[in-house]
Design a protein around this ligand. Sequence first.
Ligand code: PHB
Length: 395
Amino acid sequence: MTSRRLVLSQSAALLGAASTGLLLPEVAQAQPGKVRVGLMLPYTGTFAQLGVAIENGFRMAIDEQGGKLGGREIEYFKVDDESDPSKGVENANKLVQRDKVDVLVGTVHSGVQMGIQKVARDTGVLSLIPNAGVHAATRSLCAPNVFRTSFTNSQPTRALGKAMVDKGHKKAVWITWKYAAGDEAFEGFKESYTAAGGTIIKELGLPFPQVEFQALLTEIASLKPDAVACFFAGGGAAKFIRDYAAAGLKGKIPLYGSGFLTEGVLDAAGAAAEGIITTMHYSDSLDTPRNKAFRLAYAKTFRMQPDVYAMQGYDTGLLLAQGAAAVKGDLSSKVALYKALESATIDSPRGKWTMSKAHNPVQDIYLRVVENKENKVLGVAAKALADSGAGCKMS
Ligand code: PHB
């Protein structure tokens, strides 16, 4: 009743203004109430720590803005997606249909992301991807309301192959979890390794999130490649690193990886991780004031070291804050909001980055080595690397 009366009296005022020839300028008005932010992340299972790090980073960025978005207070809604693709659509709908979020931040797992992508395309809700690298999200299924602050699955590995051949490793075995993230990481590795003159002698895999690596490690020992390259992440990555060493392969067959292998696992993997070389859009030791300030603030707030996931969550918060500021908190001003997100430059701990046309970061990829429980930067393996965005048509 109240809102109807308000609408009626507002239209009467507008009519009055029109009849007196007064034109009201069209300005973005702060919407009343809080901005409803949905976090759909894994809080259980092999990616649980990744979800927590993303949420921590996101909240830290928002807190640095005074805890508001475009002047509005925030209300958080959370769903544990368990990295279970079969519940992706249902979980995304809990946030969008039930909780009526203004923005959905999620997720980690590429298969679950496909569920979010469907809901984002069907409903038009603003969707910010803080990790999952599935190609389709910013290629064939790209959308005006979907923005990624992380990477595509083949971005980090497109810088890996040449680094391995440069070290003289010409015959490699590839091993991964068999799902979109591993398969698409392989695409990047294959392209870069073969272009540099390397030969992939065997592809090995196991279903996500299995961690029974023994038989595969025995096979690697008998194949005797010059090196092994892989995609694993989270708890499974820590176990793979430990099992690799326990199988006696460390020190005999160098282990390389997409940088997720050594993110957030350095305490759990211990000495077994030392010396592993990876490529990634972040490195703990980046010697910039921006990265140092971020790491210090994160360590103080959460009593733990940040990793690539914390950084991506942080950048998601920075991006959303920029967009919200541009529309003065009115997230329903979609044209202006998307324009601001598309043209944002993010002053990130990883280094400054911008959005590609398909809404994926254009960013440097670093070569790193694990040294004293830190991902230490060795150099830039690929400068301003953009994903192809193949098949993306914004409509
Ligand atoms: C993914 O499923 O896209 C994924 C998961 C964990 C990572 C990277 C990519 O560390």
